[in-house]
Design a binder for this molecule. Sequence first.
Ligand SMILES: [Ca+2]
Ligand SMILES: [Ca+2]
Ligand SMILES: [Ca+2]
Ligand SMILES: [Ca+2]
Length: 313
Amino acid sequence: MKNFKFLLPIVALILILVSSCEGDDDIEDNFIPARDRAEENIDSTLEVERYLTTHFYNYEEFENPPAGFDFKIRFDTIAGANSDKTPLIQHPNLYSKMVQDRVNEDVSYNLYYLKVVEGQGDQPSFPDIVRINYEGTYVVDEVGINENKLFDSSVTPIQFDLTSIVNGLQDALIEFNAGTGFINNNDGTVSYEGFGVGAVFMQSGLGYYVNPPPGSAVTIPVYSQLIFTFQLFETEVGDQDGDGVPSVLEDVNGNGLEEDDDTDSDNRSNYVDPDDDGDGRPTSDEIEINEDGTITFPDTDADGIVDYLDSDS
Ligand SMILES: [Ca+2]
Ligand SMILES: [Ca+2]
Ligand SMILES: [Ca+2]
Ligand SMILES: [Ca+2]
């Protein structure tokens, strides 16, 4: 009986292949449906937790920074000379929070992140623009192997729109604060001060799932768990559609996700829709920017719905 549950998916797969072969012109002949996101979440989380159990980070360097320390997080396996190190999963700097899947709202992830330095500047909101250093790796978890491999990293601090980066990284960065400023060095580089330093360990559903970025130098396997380490230097308020309404205010349902608010149902989320209510008047004409930079939202027909979200005013 035990084998039945393993047999079923194979039978289902054969049926799909057989039925898809019937149409020679079917361009989706080799289409294999993506795994169920809820089921994959379970396996992904176990894989992430195995990594957190078998690895530690360079916490001793952060506690007593050696001369010239770059304040970057590095991981290593708990083994040999490092057998007595504190595993990530037991370290007091490891946190987790529940994060909603962007595809299936019934799925949520227990997202782990490591807060090594919180940072002393401003805290970004989820649709803001940040400047960071980062290193992206994917987890290889096979028999006898449990490690992460580098696929991307910044050479110098780089600016990112939090709404266009991988979701798990967006979810983690908003838990940190940017730096307090920078000083210009004689060699033309800048040194940031008071910045946040952290890492995030994300399930594939918050990463690339079945769509690893094309054209990257390293091929990331589908369903890979991802780990990013980062330094958060700067943050500024995002207004992706330039309509004058900061994107954080375009999260009308207030759930902390920018993707699922579309007042006029035109398949353009409010944060990228310059006419949020679809009445033909640009949002920028339906709000008032005051001299001190604050925004007034008129409600001309006094129905409790501000003009830029009210299609009949
Ligand atoms: Ca906007
Ligand atoms: Ca929302
Ligand atoms: Ca819209
Ligand atoms: Ca409008």
